[in-house]
Design a protein around this ligand. Structure first.
Ligand code: CAO
Length: 424
């Protein structure tokens, strides 16, 4: 039995943030019923398509282990089906634009009346306040949540990151809110609202930068490169390039082959407890006792020169050779792994973090499996559903519609383009 087996999720999500959340719940065993607009479905089915008329990887990689029903929830009969699904399910998850559920006729009060045990989980761009009515995408959240202003190099513009901390990060936060509310429901018997704003989710992930903002009031941030370079700090936390956020100086250094390979680099941390081992490895044993180098405090103003010396050493080897030598003496380092290297990594395949999936119209493709491993609830990754693949199955098996009921729904246009009724 899987951890969330028996939990029924009405998945009203689209694009990336919401689907990330419901995919996780599905991997843990929940029955996730995805409602999609007839005709188009989740807009990502058609976005960034690499194969014409085939569900995009954008969609397939975010919607595993779900069932799909097409339903026009603005159609009166479609609304009836939605009401029955609300009564049937434990959780409704949505990431529509602000006010969409209300306009559809399903504000929280109505849902709570239909099913007082239902947990209603929502992602919006912003929480209550001046921007609450704004629509938001990934990079908007990265910019408004503090990540972009603190990412990049001091003398360059703000940068967004390739990790989808706005969408997938907020989906993760929401998933935790949902299972927490489910747990509370076991005691209270009541549903509740779970809301997560993307700005808040990003700020939570950028919390060390709000830490640094407050430290600034008490003096310069000495672990930032700009301190060693003698550049004064301004009023706000600056961009710190590849400096480590954890108080232990770190940089990305070139390795052998960097001239041809854009990923021939390694993250190197001059962590205080392993300083002596670093000195031995790079061939500077006198730095261990030299009062100009032996303590973290005296090293701070010289970090650029120190890392330049370490880089002379890392450039003599591949990133993997550096990793092997460093890890042999417990020095943590991070080779910059490309997506190609990760896709080909057999150990990630063995753990199910990278999985190969077969899809009826696409064929085989790679996806990221469940990164959260439960020893008693293994995740098997099943392909994403085709648009409306489970419409009849859900109507009959889940909601108890008979053939005539399904035909009436179909004729009304609630499931898609109405059936042609023969002329009398
Ligand atoms: N049947 C009938 N209508 C449906 C439907 C269905 N099954 N599913 C959706 N719709 C309708 C909605 O009712 C809504 O109509 P109205 O605007 O007339 O009320 C309409 O589709 C559009 O909904 P939307 O505002 O959510 O979609 P959008 O493409 O305009 O905006 C997005 C997309 C992501 C910007 C917006 O949903 C949003 O801000 N979401 C919250 C934040 C979020 O999750 N962002 C992350 C997205 S991933 O980068």
């Amino acid at each position: 039995m899987k951890a969330l087996e028996g939990v029924k999720i009405l998945d009203f999500t689209h694009v990336q943030s919401g689907p990330t959340c419901t995919q996780l719940l599905a991997w843990f065993g929940a029955d996730v019923i995805k409602i999609e607009r007839p005709g188009t479905g989740d807009i990502t089915r058609g976005q960034l398509q690499d194969i014409p008329k085939v569900d995009s990887l954008y969609f397939t990689m975010l919607n595993h282990n779900k069932r799909s029903i097409t339903l026009d929830t603005k159609n009166p009969k479609g609304k009836g089906v939605l009401e029955r699904l609300i009564k049937h399910c434990d959780v409704l998850v949505e990431n529509f634009g602000p006010g969409v559920l209300d306009r559809m006729g399903f504000p929280w009060e109505t849902i709570n009346e239909l099913n007082p045990k239902m947990i209603v989980a929502s992602i919006k761009g912003f929480g209550p306040g001046p921007y609450e009515d704004c629509k938001v995408y990934e990079n908007v959240a990265q910019c408004t949540g503090g990540a972009a202003s603190t990412t990049g190099f001091r003398d360059g513009p703000p940068l967004v990151t390739g990790a989808q901390i706005g969408d997938s990060g907020t989906g993760l936060h929401l998933a935790l809110g949902i299972v927490t509310a489910l747990y509370q429901r076991t005691h209270s018997g009541r549903g509740q609202r779970v809301t997560c704003a993307m700005q808040d989710g990003v700020l939570n992930l950028a919390r060390v930068k709000l830490r640094d903002q407050q430290r600034l009031a008490h003096g310069p941030l000495k672990e930032y490169s700009q301190f060693g370079e003698g550049i004064p700090f301004g009023a706000a936390v600056p961009r710190a390039g590849n400096d480590s956020g954890g108080g232990q100086p770190g940089r990305i250094l070139k390795c052998n082959g960097w001239e041809q390979d854009p990923d021939a680099y390694i993250y190197f941390i001059t962590q205080a407890p392993v300083w002596e081992k670093i000195c031995d490895l790079i061939g500077e044993p006198t730095w261990k006792t030299d009062p100009d180098y032996s303590s973290p405090q005296v090293r701070l103003p010289k970090l650029n020169a120190i890392f330049a010396r370490i880089e002379q050493w890392t450039m003599t080897m591949t990133k993997f050779e550096v990793m092997d030598l460093c890890n042999a003496v417990d020095i943590p380092v991070g080779p910059i792994l490309s997506m190609k290297e990760l896709a080909e990594d057999q150990s990630l395949r063995a753990t199910g973090t990278v999985v190969e999936i077969d899809h009826p119209t696409r064929g085989k493709y790679l996806s990221v499996g469940n990164p959260i491993k439960l020893s008693d609830s293994p995740s098997d990754v099943k392909r994403s559903p085709l648009l409306g693949e489970h419409t009849e199955e859900i109507l009959s098996d889940v909601l108890g519609y008979d053939d005539q009921g399904i035909a009436e729904l179909s004729d009304s246009g609630a499931l898609g383009i109405p059936r042609q009724i023969a002329a009398e």
